[in-house]
Each structure stands twice: as structure tokens, then as C-alpha cells.
Design a protein around this ligand. Structure first.
Ligand code: NDP
Length: 246
């Protein structure tokens, strides 16, 4: 087995996932970067390689259980091991409930919730067999409180937080697998680009004028800290906010 630890990161073609990939690469991990947009993944992989790191671009739609399993197998085949799994892929198309944008509701549940479960399920057999590993699940400030217009998104991120807590209770003591639930506040990324409701789009633009958002690499630093903590310490939750966000 290679000496270099391996991290598998979903939603790594932009924003927070890319920031986590950069920071884990700088921390010495080989990174498997997964998402649907292969061109973006390949550009990030080249960037990481130019900086002296090792990255594997993996095309993945997290809503497919089989595709997650295949992505983890590809990572094991090409990078030789699996130490850290970051289930980060997600989307946030905001709208009022009475607009009944049920397609957007469904996509949020499919990606933000089922996607996280699929990625976890794909990685667990390897981590359980080796009795070590670290699973990082991306929740949100919206996984701690509810905001108007974010009902389904908040439901999805509360689900991730609840799952992370239960997962940790079951797999940490039994299999020596650490679990970290990350709950960022506002981070500058492509997340807001997918909001189709013009009022909520404007609201998010105004929020960006009111405070200095976190950068994806800030969350990357937090994740790097959690996964490099001493083995007896499980950083179970990380609530990471812009200083100006209430
Ligand atoms: P981005 O839109 O920049 O990144 C989202 C990532 O998810 C992209 O890489 C996208 O890649 C990927 N993704 C979306 N759908 C799928 C899919 N079906 N299969 C695989 N990958 C998918 O936003 P962020 O970086 O901000 O978001 C990352 C995570 O952080 C999300 O879970 C979000 O909810 C959470 N978060 C973000 C906050 C913020 O303020 N930005 C705050 C708190 C939490 P591709 O399109 O190539 O598939």
C-alpha cells in the first residue's frame, strides 16, 4: 500500500469541494476529485499536479448508488487506498414553498441527502474492513436553523447533520472511523448561481455586499485540521462562519 494517504471528495469541480481538494493536497494527500463536469475536474487536477500534488479526476453523479461505488473502486484501483471521504456535493436553488418548484425540491433531496448517503455507502465497506478512516459530511448553517425561502434546503441539511451524528455514534467506536459534520455559513462559490427565483437571487447578492464571505479554502483549512487531528480526537462538528454573519 502506498504511503501517501488518499482523500475522495465529491462536488470538487468548484467552490468548497475544490477548496478542500487544494488544501488536502497541500497537506500531503493524493486527492480523487469527483463531480459531473469532467473539464473542470481535469483543470483542477492539472493545477494540483503543477503544484507538486497528485489528483485523479473522477466523473460522478452522486445521485446514482452504482456510480458512487464505481468511483470509489476507481479511486482504490488508481490511487491504491482510501483514508478520507468528503461528501460535499450539493445545491441550493431557493424559492418560496408556494411557488411549488417541486423539481428543484426533488433535486435538492436527491443530491444533498441521497447523494451523501450513496457516497457514504460506497466508502464504508473499505473503511470498515480496514478499521480506519474519516468521513466528512457537508451540512450548513442551514442544518442548524431554518431560514425563510430555504425550507427544503434546510430540511436537506438538517438531514445531513442528523445522519452524521448517527453515523458517528455507530461507526466511530465500532470501526475506528471518525465522522465530521461541517456547517459553513456564507462561502463564495457557484452555489447561488443556480437560484432561479429573481428575488432570492437578489437577496443573496445583497448578502454578499453586507459581509466578507468565507473562501472555499477557509473550509479546506477546517477540513484539513479535522482529518489531521490526533487519532484519539474526533472533531464531530465544525460550525464555520464569516465573522460578520449573525
Ligand atoms: P458549488 O455550486 O460551487 O459546488 C457544488 C458542487 O456540487 C459542484 O462541484 C457540483 O459539480 C457538485 N454537484 C452538484 N450536483 C452534483 C451531482 N448530481 N453529482 C455530483 N456532483 C454534483 O457550491 P459550494 O461549493 O458552495 O457547495 C458545496 C457544498 O457546500 C454544498 O453541499 C452546499 O450545500 C454546501 N454549503 C455551501 C455554502 C455556501 O455558502 N456556499 C454554505 C454551507 C454549505 P458538478 O456540477 O460538476 O457536478
Amino acid at each position: 500500500m502506498s504511503d501517501q494517504k488518499v482523500a475522495f471528495i465529491t462536488g470538487a469541480s468548484s467552490g468548497i469541494g475544490a477548496g478542500i481538494a487544494r488544501k488536502l493536497s497541500q497537506a500531503g494527500y493524493a486527492v480523487a476529485i469527483a463531480a459531473r463536469r469532467l473539464d473542470k475536474l481535469e483543470a483542477l487536477s492539472d493545477e494540483i499536479a503543477s503544484a507538486g500534488g497528485k489528483a485523479l479526476a473522477v466523473e460522478l453523479d452522486v445521485t446514482s448508488e452504482e456510480a458512487n461505488a464505481a468511483a470509489v473502486q476507481k479511486t482504490l484501483r488508481e490511487l491504491g487506498r482510501l483514508d478520507v471521504v468528503v461528501a460535499n456535493a450539493g445545491l441550493m436553488p431557493l424559492s418560496d414553498i408556494d411557488a411549488l418548484k417541486t423539481d428543484e425540491w426533488r433535486r435538492m433531496i436527491d443530491v444533498n441527502v441521497q447523494g451523501v448517503l450513496n457516497t457514504t455507502a460506497a466508502a464504508l465497506p473499505t473503511l470498515m474492513a480496514q478499521k480506519s478512516g474519516h468521513i466528512v459530511l457537508m451540512s450548513s448553517i442551514a442544518g442548524r436553523k431554518v431560514f425563510k425561502g430555504l425550507s427544503v434546503y434546510c430540511a436537506s441539511k438538517h438531514a445531513v447533520a442528523a445522519f452524521a451524528d448517527g453515523l458517528r455514534m455507530e461507526v466511530a467506536p465500532k470501526y475506528n472511523i471518525r465522522v465530521t459534520c461541517v456547517q459553513p455559513g456564507a462561502v463564495a462559490s457557484e452555489l447561488y448561481d443556480h437560484i432561479t427565483d429573481p428575488n432570492y437571487r437578489q437577496q443573496m447578492d445583497e448578502l454578499a455586499q453586507q459581509m466578507t464571505f468565507l473562501q472555499p479554502e477557509d473550509i479546506g483549512d477546517a477540513v484539513a485540521y479535522a482529518v489531521q487531528a490526533p487519532p484519539h480526537l474526533d472533531m464531530a462538528e465544525m460550525f464555520v462562519l464569516p465573522t460578520q454573519q449573525g
